[in-house]
Ligand binder design. Structure first.
Ligand code: SAH
Length: 203
C-alpha cells in the first residue's frame, strides 16, 4: 500500500509514509471487509459512512505539514483510522463526530489499541471545537458546501486547514493557510466525500 499507492503517486513526507505503514488499517474496517482493507479505495463503514481511500488519508495528512508538536482538530471521526494516523504525527488530536454510535465505536477501538493522545467528542464539527482552540491544523474528512467560518478563527496564525469543498457529490480538496491577510487557499485535487452535515454545512 505504501509503496504502490502512496509513494508512487507522490506522497513524499517520510513521517506520513511511516505512520501509514504503522497503523493497521484492517483493525478499522468491518470483519467482512478485512481482506479489502489495504485496497486502493474507500470502504463502507457503519451508518452509511466511509473510511477514506489510503491515498486520500495520506495526502490530506501531508497537507497538514505536521512536525510532531502540534494540536490538531479532525472533523469526522468515522472509523477512527485517520485519527490514528494523525496521533503518530502530532502531540494531541481532537476528533469530532456528529453520530454518537460511530464516535463510541471509534473511541472504544482507539482505546483498545492504546492510542493515548486522541480525544473523541460528539458534536457538530462545522462549528469547529472552541474549547481546545487554537489549532495548528484542522482536517475535515467530509465534503463541505463552503468553508465554515469558525475554522479560520480557531486556527493559529500559520495554521493549515485541509478540507474538501464542493457539491454533495464531488468536491475539490483545498489546503488553506491562515495568514495576517486572511486564508491563503491552494487547490489540491478532485475528490468525493460523504457530506459534512451541520449548522455551517449541508442541511
Ligand atoms: N476520517 C474518517 C472518515 C470519515 S467519513 C475515517 O478515517 O474513517 C466522514 C464522517 O464525518 C462521518 O462519520 C460523518 O458522520 C461525519 N460528519 C459529517 N458531518 C459532521 C459534522 N458536522 N461534525 C462531525 N462529524 C461529521
Amino acid at each position: 500500500m505504501v509503496e504502490n499507492q502512496l509513494r508512487a503517486r507522490g506522497i513524499k513526507d517520510e513521517r506520513v509514509l511511516g505512520a501509514m505503514a504503522r497503523v493497521e488499517r484492517h483493525l478499522f474496517v468491518d470483519a467482512d471487509l478485512k481482506d479489502k482493507a489495504y485496497d486502493d479505495c474507500a470502504l463502507p463503514t457503519c451508518e452509511g459512512q466511509t473510511i477514506s481511500q489510503p491515498y486520500m488519508v495520506a495526502l490530506m495528512t501531508e497537507l497538514l505539514e505536521l512536525r510532531g508538536d502540534e494540536t490538531v482538530l479532525e472533523v469526522g471521526t468515522g472509523s477512527g483510522y485517520q485519527s490514528a494516523v494523525l496521533s503518530l504525527l502530532a502531540a494531541e488530536v481532537y476528533t469530532v463526530e456528529r453520530l454518537q454510535g460511530l464516535a463510541s465505536r471509534a473511541e472504544r477501538r482507539l482505546t483498545d489499541l492504546h492510542y493515548q493522545n486522541i480525544h473523541v467528542i460528539v458534536s457538530d464539527g462545522t462549528l469547529g471545537l472552541e474549547q481546545h482552540a487554537p489549532y495548528d491544523g484542522i482536517i475535515v474528512t467530509a465534503g463541505a458546501p463552503e468553508i465554515p467560518c469558525d475554522y479560520a478563527v480557531q486556527l493559529k496564525m500559520g495554521g493549515r486547514l485541509v478540507i474538501p469543498v464542493g457539491s454533495r457529490h464531488s468536491q475539490v480538496l483545498y489546503q488553506a493557510r491562515k495568514t495576517t491577510s486572511g486564508m491563503d487557499k491552494l487547490m489540491s485535487t478532485g475528490c468525493v466525500f460523504v457530506p459534512l452535515i451541520g449548522k455551517d454545512g449541508w442541511a
